[in-house]
Design a protein around this ligand. Sequence first.
Ligand SMILES: [Zn+2]
Length: 461
Amino acid sequence: MDRSAAIQKAADYLHSGRFLADLDRHVGFRTESVFGKLENLAPYLADDLVPALDQMGFSSEICRAKADGRNLFLIAERHEDAALPTVLMYGHGDVVAGMDDRWSDGLTPWRVTQRGDRLYGRGTADNKGQHAINLGAFAEVLKARNGRIGFNMKLLLEMGEEIGSPELTGICRSLRDRLKADVMISSDGPRMAAERPTLFLGARGIFKFRLTADLRPGDHHSGNWGGLLVNPATLLANAIASLVDGNGRILVQALRPPALSEAVRQALSHIAMVSGPDEPAIDVDWGEPGLTPAERVYGWNALEVLAFAAGDAQRPVNAIPGKAEAVCQLRFVVGTDLDGAADALRRHLAAKGFPQVAVTVEWVEAATRLDLDNRWVRWAVASMERTTGKRVALLPNFGGTVPNECFAVDLGLPTLWVPHSYPGCNQHAPDEHMLVSVAEEGLRIMAGLFWDLGESEKPCF
Ligand SMILES: [Zn+2]
């Protein structure tokens, strides 16, 4: 069988109705990790995935997170030959809460319902549908190659991504040898747009911090004390204005990234940001001047005020509040030096006249980005473009978050993310769905990648 016939087999897996049956079975497991019941999470691995993996020749083990036990991991391996390359694939089988009573009429989170091009059900987009595509394509290429696919495959599936992936990093560190691979290829998150095959190479990092101006206990009458007491809300608003200006431009050097590299600029010149029908219009003049919208979300940092509180805005009283606080978040790209950023923030605030504003760091996640000229990137783009005949949207990193640090940093792998969802998928909301058209193209793309990986002529090695 040749490449195009194997790719057609993967598409036929969908056309025959078998993909829908598999997805329906996956979705039927109520794997809401937020409720913390391992007995609801384990059957998806033990009763659904492990038997399917057995048939493909994987050996599987289910491990429980050791420290607090809130997560389960499936580690599966299919070894063909030590001389062949090894792929590590990640996915997550847990989902957010079903929100059962908020779905549109006739839809339920726990069955797949097809309406036109949409396959509704909790986890269809995030992430069961995505790893179902990858495993389905793997099975078809394996059959097309008569049981010898031409590379080794390791699978790491967790059941706690929606609660922050407890102990995923610990598993990667403690099982470094067992998870050793040449490349990580995984699928999560949305494509740039439904019709645009997308490859992203990492994720922006997160630096979340709280600013607190706690000046005195209790509130004081604004008539008697107005003019005598520093107002913490006024102070904090001005402190924030010294960090980011009225157009969203970051003013603190330590929170700014280095200039965009030519390679990043070049890749992003092919990316046009467009809002979907249910999405807000993009504010083209917001953020760092001189950058395109794509450069601002994929190539630059954004400092956002997530919450701001002083007094009670619903029931204001005539008083100067004693305390004001704000929660801010920096989404940052590779090259931003976050070591010492908290101290730099404190120094900045003191120098601008706001020494009373305290800085508390609440969450830090590293930024990751595989080099755009890495040979794996060239290989994957060529394979995807050959399969689809479309130009791939190559993004240096995801604007949001996927658990990529453990693979890129702890396991030291080149990381390729090939998403099979799209921006309007209602992930994390009622009416979550996957598009049949994207699932079909995703199956083709993955079959093409797996076929090319197993070719004797390997451009990568
Ligand atoms: Zn999610």
